[in-house]
Every structure is written in structure tokens, then in C-alpha cells.
Design a protein around this ligand. Structure first.
Ligand SMILES: Cc1cc2nc3c(=O)[nH]c(=O)nc-3n(C[C@H](O)[C@H](O)[C@H](O)COP(=O)(O)O)c2cc1C
Length: 334
């Protein structure tokens, strides 16, 4: 049956086949695109959006506070915007115990304390906004950023899963010590144990150690300022399109990739390597550039980059608190 299908397929001119697949793809993809566009235009989920904006901003401040060398006065526009979003949240009368809100207030207080500690005078607008917050939001408590030693950070690298799982963080500070290729291969072998659709194993890992190539890649990635240049290795994770059968499997490259990447992050942690995911949510032009830099074929989708390195004796990590299971669970019990 399969060979009859293949023979029939060979009889159809390539151009017709291309247009046929393109039509099927447009139909399938527009369903998803419309839902996304609808959300941007018509969805009035103000609460979700204000919490999203709080998280995006407080996390940038968390990252700034935990950089290898935090820059005095860093993130001014973000801080101003975060205070305004906190005020907007309160004006909307949203619950005062939501994690996004309490963490935002806590991170802003930490930003204030940090500058007081290093005796850096913030400009009047920022200082005024932060003072307003100090006075009005005394009851909100969040998690402080963590300062840790290498020994402490990897203390649970061989512990039972619950302790291991809770001990991994994104690390944004590395030494120049080399990570042997054998160690990276070991991590990738462990990640290969991740489940994949019908065991098709679509993931690929591009190991980048060349200083020139790393520099070019990091220049076009938008989330590594202040630490990316310290990474001894970059892992560029991609996924082979030809492992998917038809357009309805179009999300499988990303889905399988996500499962694989989490295993890989755990494997790096297990091997005492610090690592940070770097997003690849970019416009097409950047995607084309990265493909050119590493000579990646059209047949691979680029998913994400991981910066890796050995960690220094002491470093800081962003707290990045999590919502509880109850907060993210919808139960359908009958
Ligand atoms: C898909 C994805 C993209 C990310 N992109 C970045 C990035 O560009 N820069 C960065 O510093 N962290 C990035 N992160 C790391 C997240 O900020 C981090 O995982 C999150 O705050 C949770 O903290 P944790 O990893 O320490 O548990 C990314 C994480 C994921 C999963």
C-alpha cells in the first residue's frame, strides 16, 4: 500500500504537491494563528495580562540583581514600569496575595536595598517611586535572590529526585574552565532517554565552543546581557522536521524538544555544570542568521540555546518563585 502511494506521489509534479501541502498547512495553521490574534485584540483578561507584565519586569530586575557584576542603577525604565504596573494591579483590586504581585514588591524593595548598600544615589524619579512603594506595600513578602557557594549549589546533585529537582536553578555566572566534550556527550546521552513521539528522537544538539561563533550567536540573542560572554559552551538545540509525518504534527518538534531540553538541563546539573536556557523567540531574519552561522539545514527547527559553564566558588541565583500546584490545577473530577 505504502509503495503504491509513493508511486502515485512520484507521478504528481513537485510544484502541484508543494501547493497542495501549502494549502493544507495554511488551513491548519490559521486555526491557531486566529486564536492568538483574537487573544491580542479581543481578550479582556486584564488580570492575566497585568500579572504577565509584572512577571516579565520583576524577572529582569531579579536577573540584574544576580549578575556576576550588577551594574549600579541598572534597568531604570524597567523599574519605573514595574512600579507603575504594581500600582495598576492594586487599582484593579486584584488579590493581594498573588505571587506575581508579592514578588514584584519584594524585588523592588531588594533593588532599593541593593543601591542603599552600595551607596549609589538613584535618580529622583526612581527613588521617589521606590519610596512610595516602601510606605504603601509593607505587607507584601516575596523571595529574596540567593547567594550560594558551589558546594552548596550542587549539594543535592546526587540526592533523591525531589531534592535534586528543587536544587536546579538557571545559573548566569561561569568560570573559563573547559567542559570536556565527553561530559557534554554524557549529558546528551542522558537527555536522549527522554520520551519522544513514537521514539522518533527528533532532537539535535549543536555544541559550540568556538569563541568567534559564540560571540556571533550571543549578539543576536536577546537575553544574555551581562553573563552570556562567560559561557564556555553554547548548546543550540534543534529538531528535524522530516521526523514529522504531516502538518498536524507541526508542534511535535517543539513539544519533543521541550521534554528533551528539561532532561538535558537536569543532566547538566547532575554533572555539576551551571546552565541557563536562552530563548529563541525571534523574528525570521535572526533565525536565518543563526542558521548561517552554524550552517544548520532548512530541515531543522531551531528551538533554544543553553549557555553552560563551570560555576565560580560563590555566585548569585535568581529566586524565580513558583506558583503552587493548587494555583495551576483545574480539576475535572466527575
Ligand atoms: C524557553 C525559555 C527561554 C528562556 N530564555 C531566557 C533568556 O533568554 N535569558 C535568561 O537569562 N533566562 C532565560 N530563561 C530562564 C528562565 O528565566 C528561568 O528558567 C525561569 O526564571 C525559572 O528559573 P529557574 O530556571 O532558575 O528555575 C529561559 C527559560 C526558558 C524555559
Amino acid at each position: 500500500m505504502g509503495s503504491v502511494k509513493n508511486k502515485l506521489r512520484q507521478l504528481i509534479p513537485q510544484k502541484i504537491l508543494y501547493l497542495y501541502y501549502l494549502r493544507a498547512a495554511k488551513k491548519a495553521v490559521s486555526f491557531d494563528l486566529k486564536r492568538r490574534v483574537h487573544d491580542k485584540v479581543y481578550s479582556d483578561s486584564e488580570a492575566e495580562k497585568v500579572k504577565r507584565d509584572l512577571t516579565l519586569a520583576y524577572h529582569i530586575v531579579e536577573k540584574g540583581l544576580t549578575m556576576p557584576v550588577p551594574r549600579p542603577g541598572f534597568g531604570r525604565p524597567i523599574v519605573v514600569n514595574l512600579v507603575d504596573t504594581v500600582l495598576k494591579y492594586r487599582k484593579l483590586n486584584l488579590p493581594p496575595d498573588e505571587m506575581e504581585y508579592t514578588q514584584s514588591v519584594s524585588v523592588l524593595k531588594e533593588y532599593s536595598d541593593f543601591h542603599e548598600h552600595i551607596k549609589f544615589n538613584l535618580d529622583t524619579e526612581v527613588a521617589g517611586k521606590l519610596a512610595l512603594l516602601e510606605n504603601e506595600f509593607k505587607s507584601a513578602h516575596g523571595l529574596k535572590q540567593i547567594q550560594i557557594s558551589r558546594e552548596e549549589y550542587f549539594k543535592h546533585a546526587n540526592s533523591p529526585f525531589d531534592l535534586f529537582c528543587r536544587s536546579r536553578y538557571s545559573v548566569r555566572n561561569y568560570t573559563s574552565e573547559e567542559i570536556p566534550l565527553a561530559v557534554l556527550h554524557n549529558c546528551i546521552d542522558l537527555a536522549q532517554k527522554s520520551p519522544s513521539f513514537c521514539n522518533r528522537q527528533p532532537n539535535r544538539v549543536h555544541i559550540v565552543k568556538s569563541p568567534g561563533l559564540k560571540k556571533q550567536i550571543l549578539e543576536i540573542q536577546n537575553g544574555n546581557r551581562g553573563f552570556g560572554h562567560m559561557a564556555e559552551t553554547l548548546l543550540v538545540i534543534s529538531s528535524v522536521i522530516s521526523t514529522t509525518k504531516d502538518i498536524h504534527e507541526r508542534n511535535e518538534n517543539h513539544l519533543n524538544g521541550g521534554i528533551f531540553i528539561m532532561s538535558l538541563l537536569n543532566a547538566l546539573h547532575f554533572n555539576h555544570i551551571g546552565a541557563c536556557s536562552l530563548n529563541w523567540g525571534v523574528a525570521n531574519d535572526k533565525d536565518v542568521i543563526l542558521r548561517r552561522i552554524l550552517d544548520i539545514p532548512e530541515n531543522e527547527v531551531l528551538l533554544m540555546i543553553i549557555s553552560c559553564g563551570n560555576v565560580p566558588d560563590h555566585f548569585s541565583i535568581a529566586a524565580s518563585p513558583r506558583k503552587s500546584a493548587k494555583e495551576i490545577t483545574i480539576e475535572h473530577l466527575k
